[in-house]
Ligand binder design. Structure first.
Ligand SMILES: O=c1nc[nH]c2c1ncn2[C@H]1C[C@H](O)[C@@H](COP(=O)(O)OP(=O)(O)OP(=O)(O)O)O1
Ligand SMILES: [Mg+2]
Length: 190
């Protein structure tokens, strides 16, 4: 069986490792990556994702996928959402926890949006995956971003307390990749 090569345009090594673990665990796909830190517009998670993928396709000059991760706090009407990277860089995990100290509701959603472009000038298609949970004081090794403060509803552990396999079985990223994979499998059979 031939495997389909996909270019994943990301500047993030942790994302790349998880995407490879999930998509390459079954035959069918090989992931190549190109590291570009593409400017991200402000807007809804969908607008941010579409714009980023359009730019990536122009840079690559062919088909590609990009990924955007948002962390949405229920008490803050889904902020920081797509702006989580700046919030995390400036406040750190402790600061993110403090943001919610005045609120009873610690509920949060991890939202992953994959965008697939068939090439420059084509409209990207979006695939979303969500994991529900809550924001807690950090537990587990600081292995990737806000992993230590996001406790998943599925098993009561923070992402940082899970093994890679455990995280990759319930993560926002895994759930989005299931949808992307189904779409790409449909394309390769038609
Ligand atoms: O599963 C995750 N568990 C914990 N933290 C995570 C996760 N996934 C992304 N993150 C962090 C990285 C960045 O601080 C922000 C998303 O920002 P985001 O723009 O999507 O990622 P990025 O700029 O690092 O990579 P890219 O070049 O693909 O845009 O949340
Ligand atoms: Mg980014």
């Amino acid at each position: 069986m031939t495997s389909q090569k996909l270019v994943f345009v990301t500047g993030n090594k942790n994302k790349l490792r998880e995407v490879k673990a999930i998509l390459e665990s079954a035959p069918g796909f090989t992931i190549e990556s190109q590291s570009f830190d593409i400017p991200e517009l402000q807007g809804t998670t969908q607008e941010v994702s579409r714009a980023k993928c359009r730019q990536a396709a122009e840079l690559i000059g062919g088909p590609c996928i990009t990924e955007d991760t948002a962390l949405c706090f229920k008490a803050l009407d889904d902020l920081p959402g797509p702006y989580i990277k700046d919030f995390l860089t400036k406040l750190g995990n402790e600061g993110l926890v403090k943001l919610l100290s005045g609120f009873e509701d610690k509920g949060a959603t991890a939202l992953c949006t994959f965008a697939y472009s068939a090439g420059p000038g084509t409209e990207p298609i979006l695939f979303e995956g969500r994991t529900e949970g809550r924001i807690v004081p950090p537990r587990g090794p600081p292995n990737f971003g806000w992993n230590p403060i996001f406790e998943a509803e599925d098993n009561g552990k923070t992402f940082a307390e899970m093994s890679e396999d455990e995280k990759n079985a319930i993560s926002h990223r895994y759930r989005a990749l299931v949808k992307l994979r189904a779409h790409l499998e449909g394309l390769s059979h038609s």
